[in-house]
Design a protein around this ligand. Structure first.
Ligand code: BTN
Length: 323
């Protein structure tokens, strides 16, 4: 008998990847009891999978449009990012799934999944990843020896440009990596670095965009602070088109990063950064600070003038906009 998460994956896989449109609870008794299967279906429904379970115990698939990776790859004009794209249905986290391939994949490989059952954000927070979002991770082996913080900021700016281009919506960057529409978060990115001694070996940068997600679907704890593109624009957004545009914009930023054009990337991030010029509360693992966010330094650090006049650079922290 598998774990509840494995069972969800099995059911999602059987129904949505392998093309079975109907399956009976009885067909799954070798993997789980009917009660366990019912629970798994409930969880998949919370994640937005269009499933119906009849009284007679038949699980049925309703129309479902996963991201079509062939369509996505067709005409992708990137140099490095997205030359290889892996697609998965239901994964723990695209970060973990991509890391499993680290030894066999090139710089720029992308892994996209329809849902994540343990998507994660910064500071060990969980990330709700229902059907209808863009959940992807990108493996990078940068050769330019500068802080990857710059790349994270540059990729957030790239995602904002792509969102603007495809939907017409303006989003801003809340330092270090939240894309906001008004006061609600629509996307976030996460960079995880692996070092060989003191040398950066590779980065896995994850991006999550709430695209076609009804806001009532968000768990209560995120609902007030989150939004989706479809909610803001009042229509469904083509996820393949948006993913393609994001990869193209990221590719352009990555090339500029590799050429050393980091001041240009930082200027783009500064223009987009709604944290600058505000009173902020900064929480680090040690303590809280209150001050005025005055700038982004050359490594992407947030420069804050505290009330006592001291200037402090923050490289990683949680920020609340006070005014
Ligand atoms: C944050 O805002 O704290 C970062 C959110 C990052 C979410 C993305 S979704 C794809 C990738 N896989 C994960 O588990 N997390 C990132």
């Amino acid at each position: 008998m598998g774990s509840p998460r494995e069972l969800e994956s099995t059911i999602a896989d059987v129904i949505f990847s392998k093309g079975e449109s109907k399956i009976s609870l009885n067909d799954l008794t070798s993997v789980a009891s009917p009660a366990e299967t019912r629970d798994a279906i409930q969880r998949l429904k919370i994640l937005g999978y269009p499933l119906h379970l009849s009284r007679a115990g038949i699980i049925e698939r309703l129309p479902f449009s996963p991201i079509d990776v062939k369509q996505l790859s067709a005409g992708l004009t990137t140099e490095r990012i997205g030359r290889r794209i892996e697609w998965r249905l239901h994964v723990r986290s695209t970060q973990d799934e991509l890391k499993k391939l680290t030894n066999e994949i090139d710089d720029g490989t992308v892994l996209v999944a329809e849902t994540q059952y343990a998507g994660r954000g910064r500071l060990k927070r969980s990330w709700f990843s229902a059907v209808g979002g863009i959940w992807m991770s990108i493996l990078l082996r940068p050769t330019w020896p500068r802080s990857h913080q710059i790349l994270t900021l540059a990729f957030a700016a790239a995602a904002a440009r792509a969102i603007g281009d495809v939907t017409g919506l303006s989003s801003v960057l809340k330092w270090p990596n939240d894309l906001m529409i008004g006061s609600r978060k629509v996307a976030g990115s996460l960079a995880e670095a692996t070092y060989q001694g003191s040398r950066l070996d590779h980065l896995v940068i994850g991006l999550g965009v709430n695209v076609n997600i009804k806001t009532v679907r968000f768990p209560k704890t995120f609902r007030k602070a989150s939004t989706s593109l479809s909610h803001e624009v009042g229509r469904e957004v083509d996820r393949a088109q948006l993913t393609k545009k994001i990869l193209e914009e990221m590719d352009s930023s990555y090339q500029r990063f590799e050429m050393g054009r980091t001041s240009e990337l930082l200027d783009e991030a500064r223009r987009l950064c709604s944290t600058l010029g505000r009173e902020v509360r900064i929480a680090t693992s040690e303590r809280n600070f209150v001050g005025h966010a005055v700038g982004l330094g050359d490594d992407g650090q947030l420069q804050v003038r505290l009330r006592n006049g001291a200037m402090i650079p923050f490289y990683a922290a949680d920020v609340v906009h006070l005014r």
